[in-house]
Ligand binder design. Sequence first.
Ligand SMILES: *Cc1c(COP(=O)(O)O)cnc(C)c1O
Length: 398
Amino acid sequence: MNHAKRNDAPGIGTRAVWAGERGERWAGATQVPVALSVSFGYETVEEWLQVAQGKRPGHIYGRNTNPTVAAFEDKIRDLEGAEAATSFASGMAAISNILFTLLSPGDRVVSIKDTYGGTNKLFIEFLPRFQIEVKLCDTTDHKAIEAAIARGCNLLYLESPTNPTVKIVDIARLAAAGHQQGALVVVDNTFATPINQQPLELGADLAVHSATKFLGGHADALGGVVCGPKELVSRIYHFREINGACLEPMSAYLLLRGMKTLHLRVRRQNENALQIARFLESHPRVAKVFYPGLAAHENHEIARRQMSGFGGVLSFALHGGFDAVKSFLPRLRYVNLAANLGAVETVAGPPATTSHVESTPEERAASGIPEALIRYSVGIEDAEDLMADLRQALDSLG
Ligand SMILES: *Cc1c(COP(=O)(O)O)cnc(C)c1O
């Protein structure tokens, strides 16, 4: 699959740089200004009223819309090939707003066991309190997911690749099954980014992101966004303008600035991650490597079909249990030992302190997460240096 060009439209790299950036609103500024103003004033009540009623473009109050935030929404909307986009204070705000806008008591959600930890908490702790049934299926058991959908499904929620064992689900196949039941299909595209995967093209109704990760790419701004058809997105926007989980203009600026290099960063991270995964696969201290770009990955074929790159996140298990992890990680030189991912710097950590900090060892084992697992989000450094760094830390385990 090649997402670089659609007909004679500009390529995704050109759009990553230019989309959302131009417009009369900036009075010719070549870089999008940060509009920190909370409110927007008008000379006449008539004009003010027309903006308030949506009859002419403009902004009223920062909890609803803001020009810097709108530029960020335009850029990601364009890259996801969507009609509309609306943004949020964080990825979790985006996901919460989607679920609480679109679901009602009595509805049934079908999803997978490997969704992001916060999403999983919404499914098991919060939605059931509103009499919403959630059926979580084994992530790679497509037949079981289809059977769960066939028993009734108002919303199908998918994530691919997943966190931290980078499992792959067949988005086109499951979206078709969901639509047959009249379900709305939502895909968390955080790990892939629109550079590597286009959920709407694969049949999803909505693509959601934690912009905090690869979109921003510099680990200096929290944000979230949902992209899809105007009708659906405006319903979600309407709930957000009321509950107030809006994106900060300064964060929108940082995310916009980061996104101009999204295609460069992600392509480099794809290349680095594949090389590093192959290197780790061949090292005797490593028990198992999880990366969808490896031929040995259980859903490598699906990944090849639906992705144009395999992403910047991999994970691997060491021989020697959690003690080996504790002695290995601090020996790495070119890494932040931290909870985020998708940054220009390489970031690593065990699931016990990152994606699954709230789970017990038993719950992690049930999710197929070895205690000696390390999630490794590859940065844009030189792959040779990262491999040498990993080699010295692995060799020192003795
Ligand atoms: C981080 C993350 C989220 C949550 O995003 P925040 O911006 O931290 O709220 C959701 N989904 C995935 C896949 C993530 O990695």
